[in-house]
Design a protein around this ligand. Structure first.
Ligand code: GDP
Ligand code: MG
Length: 198
């Protein structure tokens, strides 16, 4: 079974624990207890995949994440709160911390959470989507989604979209060389053998 490891980083109170709980359990709480990590088994086509998601469990206040925390990480989700400018400013620090320790091929994905508050009251938005888009292009990050751990908006898209990206990445690594003219011949041979068997 393939195991994919995600870690969720960002300032305190941006909704990291809430995003994990919403995706794993479909619940939303006003004061979620921090968690170490949660796992979910996914059946996708022929593959069984275990997704292990690590929370930061309160360490965001101290910025004391160690290199072992980042080991074998496939996805680093950096979360900010769309209604708190400071949490967006700190994204750079979180990314710099991550890139010190993480594998080079880890996907770094930005998440602007609490979109429900912006949908309720447009003035609540303190981070523009355009600024974030420019930032991810400049830094070569994997992408960006605006989510709500409260309503569940884009939460499944976030976690599942990244699973698909990883599956494609791994398929690319293991894939045979690009299709050549010999490929149809091989298929033909297999068909012929099957015919003989029947
Ligand atoms: P963490 O410190 O980053 O793990 O943040 P939490 O998951 O503990 O959430 C902090 C607070 O924000 C809690 O009161 C949550 O209920 C609330 N919260 C989290 N996500 C959302 C969201 O998408 N929308 C709204 N309105 N509140 C949220
Ligand atoms: Mg938390």
């Amino acid at each position: 079974m393939d195991v994919y490891k995600y870690i969720v980083l960002g300032d305190a109170d941006v909704g990291k624990t809430s995003l994990i709980l919403q995706w794993i359990d479909g619940t939303f709480q006003l004061k979620p207890e921090n968690i170490d990590y949660k796992s979910r088994i996914l059946e996708i086509g022929e593959s069984t995949i275990k997704l292990q998601i690590a929370d930061t469990a309160g360490q965001e206040r101290f910025r004391t994440l160690t290199s072992s925390y980042f080991r074998e990480t496939d996805v680093i989700m950096v979360v900010f709160d769309l209604t708190v400018a400071e949490s967006w400013k700190n994204v750079t620090t979180w990314i710099d911390e991550s890139t010190k320790y993480a594998n080079d091929d880890a996907l770094i994905f930005l998440v602007g959470n609490k979109i429900d508050l912006v949908e309720e009251e447009a003035d609540a938005r303190l981070v523009s989507s355009d600024d974030v888009q420019k930032y991810i292009e400049n830094r070569g990050l994997a992408g960006y989604l605006e989510t709500s751990a409260k309503s569940g908006k884009n939460v499944d898209e976030l976690f599942m979209g990244l699973v698909k990206r990883l599956m494609d990445r791994d398929a690319g690594v293991a894939a045979p060389p690009p299709v050549t003219k010999t490929t149809p011949a091989k298929v033909e041979q297999v068909r012929k053998r099957r015919c003989l068997l029947f």
